[in-house]
Design a protein around this ligand. Structure first.
Ligand code: 5AD
Ligand code: SF4
Length: 448
């Protein structure tokens, strides 16, 4: 079939959205749509949005404003998908009446019908249901090459109800895909060239999928089963809740070398008072002990985390406790945010909201400490030999780029035939966003 129409999908926010965006592009291929990487020439523009913080949500409205002329000049169709669509569907159509389709993360498998309706001129579509049929049962099997490092959604939604977070409202109740469906998708990705899989879920270690025998298995066992796939070299998972890291998951870090020694395990705060107000259901000590157990299981494990500063009621002492936890545990990387009150979440209506300038200052102090730790971690990798999975050609001729187990980007002079393979690389210099590496064996000899 000729793909005569063009679709541009822009992802905001988390990796789940990146995965969903790729699936949307795949669903549209049978309708004649080919993905393009800019909106200017597209016939259909999909903004796959994020509602996690106010800034992310507002960005969508400013982008829509910029797209309006493309719509009026060329008649391109515009769709708003994802969590802003789910949370504020009607509001999107009110603020941007030229939008043609608004649909949430759970209904994009219905895209063909929605597009057909809009193409018939039957008016704007709003679909923010949580449908009874899981969308995964209705997504077509993917075709074509997959990237060397591919995402695979295994779990969606969240039942944790942290008091700051919109996810339980926008993504809905927790849902785990069946083991057979996950395995089939994993095998298909590997058959099409993936060497690394990152299992995705809003709360991925809450995974409890049913296998063919009817047994319910957790993430630890799922990782073990996926690790048996030949040709698959690396497994990762994100993002996790400390409460759901069980013995089986810790054990798989100890004895399954395909599971990478790098873990994103958000703690949010180091203060027990704030953790309780956030409804995180664990203390700072629980988190420290969990990190201890993980590091005993895998001595070279590095950690990453999310932090929120300025949660309602956060005192100087609470903030100091967060800094202390960071100093004690050391993080190889981290994301940190000022608390952003989200409509409909319990924390938004709490008293003692922290003034903006105080949040600003705390964020600066926190980020300086985290940057110091990240720099130290990167410096400490210099001179070391680490396995690098090469993913694609680099910016300069003769160069290829890949990642270490710790997700450092590495560029090296090496043959393109190394793409899709893991090689031992000595890290020799720190650049702006990547490390320079040198093969420890002669590339000519190996590729011959
Ligand atoms: N304000 C600030 N940060 C938030 N996060 C989630 N909700 C909010 C909010 N209302 C952060 C948390 C979470 C990450 C994905 O986004 O740190 O782990
Ligand atoms: Fe949100 Fe994560 Fe808490 Fe779930 S566990 S409510 S996704 S922060």
């Amino acid at each position: 079939m000729t793909l005569s129409k063009k679709v541009f999908v822009k992802s905001y926010g988390c990796q789940m959205n990146v995965y969903d965006s790729a699936r949307m592009a795949e669903i549209l291929a049978p309708l004649g749509y080919r993905p393009v990487d800019a909106p200017d020439s597209a016939d259909l523009i999909i903004l796959n949005t994020c509602h996690i913080r106010e800034k992310a949500a507002e960005k969508v409205y400013s982008d829509l404003g910029r797209l309006k002329p493309i719509k009026s000049e060329r008649g391109a169709r515009i769709a708003v998908a994802g969590c802003v669509a789910q949370a504020e569907g009607e509001e999107v159509l009110r603020r941007a009446p030229y939008v043609d389709m608004v649909f949430g993360p759970q209904t994009y498998h219905r895209l063909p019908e929605m597009v057909a309706r809009v193409e018939r001129g039957a008016g704007a579509v709003l679909d923010t249901e949580f449908p009874p049929e899981p969308k995964f049962d209705h997504l077509p099997a993917a075709e074509g090459m997959s990237p060397v490092s591919a995402f695979l959604t295994i779990q969606e939604g969240c039942d944790k109800f942290c008091t700051f977070c919109v996810v339980p409202y926008t993504r809905g109740a927790e849902y785990s895909r069946d083991v057979a469906a996950v395995e089939a998708e994993a095998r298909s990705l590997v058959a099409r060239g993936a060497v690394e899989l990152t299992l995705l879920g809003q709360n991925v270690n809450a995974y409890h999928g049913r296998d063919d025998g009817g047994a319910v298995i957790g993430l630890g066992e799922l990782l073990r089963r996926l690790a048996r796939i030949e040709g698959l070299a690396r497994l990762r998972y994100t993002t996790s809740h400390p409460r759901d890291a069980d013995e089986a998951l810790i054990a798989v870090h100890a004895d399954e070398p395909k599971v990478m020694p790098f873990l994103h395990l958000p703690v949010q705060s180091g203060s027990d008072r704030i953790l309780a107000a956030m409804n995180r259901d664990h203390t700072a000590k629980d988190y420290r002990q969990l990190v201890g157990r993980l590091r005993r299981a895998r001595a070279d494990l590095a950690l990453s985390s999310d932090f929120i500063v300025g949660f309602p009621g956060e005192s100087e002492a609470d903030f100091a406790a967060t800094l202390e936890l960071i100093r004690d545990l050391h993080f190889a990387s981290a994301f940190s945010f000022k608390y952003s009150p989200r409509p409909g979440t319990p924390a938004a209506s709490l008293d003692h909201q922290v003034p903006e300038p105080v949040k600003d200052e705390r964020l600066q102090v926190l980020q300086a400490l985290l940057r110091e730790q990240q720099d130290a971690f990167n410096r400490q990798s210099l001179g070391r030999v680490l396995p690098v999975l090469f993913e694609k050609p680099g910016r300069h001729p003769g160069q290829i780029v890949g990642r270490t187990p710790y997700l450092h980007a590495v560029h090296a002079e090496a043959p393109e035939s190394w793409i899709g393979t893991v090689r031992d690389i000595r890290l020799v210099a720190l650049g702006g966003n990547s490390l320079a590496g040198e093969p420890i064996t002669d590339p000519e000899r190996i590729s011959a």
